[in-house]
Design a protein around this ligand. Structure first.
Ligand code: DHB
Length: 384
């Protein structure tokens, strides 16, 4: 998206991607787009297939031990979300960049980044056949994921990396089955959390809370269906079953890097911050980062004015922290966690259920959840 935004303003960029195009276009990831992401894709000419194929949702259900509460996004925010998986967004962006003659170097690994404190930073790379090369540019952006090489240059130089670990994880499955419900269901139950999401009329995406060190072989199909029915069925909903085509454990982590820049090096998306999956904010937060970054880079390249770039971190980080808070809040409110003894576990559980009840039974609570779920306004790219 950053490369696409820069191109729209006539600024050249090269995207260096370690994986093959096929891998990027097929990796299973989360599936919810905030209103800001939907608007950005539409406004910049990459929303056509989204508009044709995505399911648009105006609410979610929160199910508490089988009792369902709807959070009405349309009523509380006037906004919607799209169920459109991340790899579909990537397919659309890659096609657009290639049709605009963009430089996308797949199967190419960045070996090191050098001279980012000078006016002429360099990226050393290696292609799949082992050929090494150096690319020099005016600026380098590390959008290189949670194991970011670019981030290390910032943290080695005094940048902070603030972290939180969670005592639970998700077991995610892909299923060939009809849709369970018209909207997503976030279910909490004494046995743990479950999420009922979708990919299409015939393919569903379900998640179950599990232990962080669980492996897929610990989850037989029978155990999966028993737990999904137990946690997510209600008076009106029965989880639909079918052939399971993918099983994977997703770790829960939060991390924030501050600052998100050093010299002529900038980091964006998971390279800068990781959120746990509850609420599906990762891609959306990355999109908001690049909306803050793109106009600043355009101004720096076209007008030799770096004043906006200098404040990139300051402008991006408040949203990063608000999103961290939302993902943490949703995660802690919906998952069951054993404490050090039975009375302490009971205390934590009852407090958590009271918090959830406060949220889902009041207009103020439902509105607070809805506003955060659909996402805050994006940084304006009009300055481009
Ligand atoms: C999906 C993932 C999430 O983390 C979430 O909160 C909602 C949906 C998904 O993959 O469909």
């Amino acid at each position: 998206m950053l490369s696409h935004l820069l191109h729209l303003e006539g600024v050249e960029s090269v995207v260096i991607e370690k994986q093959s195009r096929e891998e990027v276009e097929s990796t299973v990831r989360a599936g919810i787009l905030e209103q800001g992401t939907i608007d950005l894709l539409r406004k910049t000419g990459v929303g056509e297939r989204l508009d044709r194929e995505a399911e648009i949702d105006e609410g979610i259900s929160i199910s508490i031990a089988g009792e369902s509460h709807r959070i009405d996004f349309a009523k509380y925010t006037g906004k919607q979300v799209a169920v459109y998986p991340q790899h579909e967004v990537l397919i659309d962006l890659i096609a657009k960049r290639l049709s605009d003659d963009g430089e996308l170097w797949f199967d190419t690994e960045v070996v090191s980044i050098a001279d980012h404190e000078s006016d002429n930073p360099k990226v050393h790379y290696r292609t799949a056949d082992g050929t090494e090369g150096v690319l020099s540019a005016d600026f380098v952006v590390g959008a290189d994921g949670s194991k970011s090489l670019a981030r290390k240059l910032i943290t080695d130089d005094g940048g902070l990396r603030m972290k939180h670990e969670y005592p639970f994880a998700w077991f995610g499955i892909m299923v060939n089955a009809p849709q369970t419900a018209p909207e997503l269901i976030y279910a909490t139950h004494p046995e743990g959390f479950a999420l009922i999401s979708t990919r299409s009329e015939n393919v569903q995406r379900y998640y179950l809370q599990c232990n962080p060190d669980d492996t897929p072989d610990m989850w037989s199909d029978d155990r999966i269906w028993e737990q999904l029915h137990l946690r997510a069925d209600s008076d009106t909903v029965t989880v639909s079953e079918g052939e399971i085509t993918d099983k994977a454990v997703l770790r829960f982590r939060s991390a924030v890097t501050d600052p998100m820049q050093r010299g002529r090096l900038f980091i964006a998306g998971d390279a800068a911050h990781t959120v746990p999956p509850t609420g599906a904010k990762g891609l959306n937060l990355a999109m908001a980062d690049v909306c803050a970054l793109a106009p600043s880079l355009v101004r720096a390249v076209k007008k030799s004015d770096t004043s906006l770039l200098d404040t990139y971190s300051e402008r991006a980080l408040p949203r990063v922290w608000k999103t961290q808070h939302f993902s943490y809040w949703m995660s802690s409110m919906l998952h069951s966690v054993p404490a050090e003894n039975e009375m302490s576990t009971l205390f934590q559980t009852n407090r958590r259920l009271a918090e959830l009840s406060t949220v889902v039974t009041s207009d103020a609570g439902r509105q607070l959840l809805a506003q955060q779920y659909v996402g805050w306004d994006f940084p304006s790219i009009e300055a481009l």
